[in-house]
Design a protein around this ligand. Structure first.
Ligand code: SF4
Length: 457
């Protein structure tokens, strides 16, 4: 499927200005909640240091901790599978489904299954998967991908949800009451839980020392699915591992506060072994993670705990909408070029590099620096537009020659004063579509400073 470049998709999103403003304000509201929650914990910065260090340590001994986890999980009665890529992940799940002759599947939120396009794969094989997270069910009805990893339907208003539910669940037309709509979803999903034979969940944290794993949700849908079904499959990227159960305390305190400003997710469910008569499987997936691990500039991106704080704070994300990223927001912009540089070459440029993402990241990933580094990789691999390549070469030539730079500055000031319409032309220069041109100064800062420096007068 051909992806639409970020700038083009963002321009389409921006056409609806009230919705863009509302999206921006809604996510900023979540960011402010995160700030209040973080400021309520005196040792917040220390927790971030610990989380970053635990993840850094784990990544440096990943082979040992993954094998320890596998051995302990097997001893607990869990079947462990390894998948080198998304295709293997999907085929392992299909194999389990076919072997059991299963027809009905429920799935709770899992970014990994999105990454591997599991729903589309199973659908092609004639298997229906019902997403049970409310936001995910809404976007599934609408045949859309999630626009945010924590708030998958944040781009939709209650009126949109009302229309979708009227079409798919037969709710009353025009009834936008959130309580009414949620109750309709609850009744619909309850029957899906009861009928399902197999539940797929994600994994937030897998603990090497116990062979157990933790799934965090606010709706309890992962628990409902896993407890009702005869087979539970948990899918995890291999970076989800942490060494010990005591480390969970650090991450659970950071995760919900960073994500939604809550002190803790409503359900932090610990799975250790299948209940009597149940099958439990874990699929551990690489899918490019080993390659990312081998890139010194980008390996720390694997510390991510998928809280989405970087989404909620990013001024570009808030005003361009999640679908414009064709992946998962700011963190996807540093993870996905690793999977396919060409297909994701636009993403590291969807940033002001203001650093707000790095400021809020609970595991201290230097997101904005990695975006900048990816730009260099992308340019070196020739994946930038020809106009940009020529522009950058010209800029490098001018900046390396001070006399030429001064001459160009003086010409630009004249040009801006007497012929600004060329630069202001909205078709020639998209930068000024929503900006005012500043008044050009009479002289450069350098010449002003020469005349006004201390001791001159
Ligand atoms: S990069 Fe950091 S802030 Fe962004 S989702 Fe991951 S952990 Fe959260």
């Amino acid at each position: 499927m051909k992806t639409i470049p970020h700038a083009k998709a963002a321009a389409a999103f921006n056409k609806d200005e009230p919705r863009t403003n509302w999206h921006d304000e809604t996510l900023w509201f979540v960011r402010e909640k995160r700030d209040r929650a973080a400021h309520g914990v005196a040792e917040w910065e220390l927790l971030r240091d610990w989380a970053s260090q635990i993840k850094g340590h784990t990544l440096s001994r990943l082979d040992e901790y993954l094998i320890e986890f596998e051995n302990n999980a097997k001893a607990n009665g869990i079947t462990v599978h390894w998948a080198a890529n998304g295709e293997e992940h999907n085929n392992i799940i299909l194999g389990i489904i076919r072997k059991q002759g299963i027809q009905r599947i429920v799935k709770s939120k899992s970014m990994l299954t999105e990454e591997c396009h599991l729903n589309a794969f199973l659908q092609e094989k004639g298997i229906e998967v019902v997403d049970t997270d409310l936001g995910e069910r809404i976007v599934q009805f609408r045949n859309e991908p999630p626009s945010h990893i924590v708030l998958p339907a944040i781009h939709l208003k209650k009126q949109d949800v009302s229309e979708t539910f009227h079409e798919h669940l037969g709710t009353e037309k025009g009834n936008n009451d959130p309580q009414y709509l949620t109750e309709a979803a609850r009744q619909h999903l309850r029957s899906k839980f009861i009928e399902s034979d197999l539940a797929i969940t994600g994994v937030n944290f897998a603990i090497a020392e116990t062979g157990g794993f933790v799934v965090c949700t606010n709706e309890g849908n992962a628990d409902m699915g896993a407890h009702a079904a005869a087979v539970h499959i948990a899918c995890m990227g291999f970076e989800k591992i942490i060494p010990k159960a005591e480390h969970l305390a650090v991450f659970l305190r950071l995760l919900a506060r960073s994500a939604t400003g809550q002190p803790i997710t409503t359900y932090s469910s610990h799975f250790h072994k299948p209940r009597n008569g149940q099958q439990m499987h874990i699929v551990i997936v690489d899918n490019g993670r080993s390659r990312q691990l081998s890139r010194p500039d980008f390996r720390s991106s694997l510390k991510c705990i998928r809280c989405a704080a970087c989404f909620n704070t990013c001024p570009v994300y808030r005003r361009s909408g999640g679908h414009s990223y064709h992946t998962a927001g700011p963190i996807g912009s540093i993870l996905n070029p690793n999977l396919d540089v060409k297909a994701n070459a636009d993403l590291p440029f969807a940033s002001t590099l203001c650093g707000s993402c790095s400021n809020v990241c609970p595991v201290r990933i230097n997101i904005h620096e990695q975006l900048w580094k990816w730009r260099q990789v992308i340019a070196a691999e020739g994946e930038v537009a020809t106009s940009k390549k020529i522009g950058l070469k010209a800029m490098a030539f001018v900046l390396a020659r001070p006399a030429l730079y001064r001459a160009c500055g003086s010409m630009a000031r004249w040009f801006l004063r007497y012929m600004p319409f060329f630069l202001k032309s909205k078709s020639l220069n998209p930068w000024y579509r929503q900006r005012e041109m500043p008044k050009p100064p009479q002289q450069s800062f350098q010449s002003w400073y020469k005349q006004n420096k201390p001791g001159k007068k």
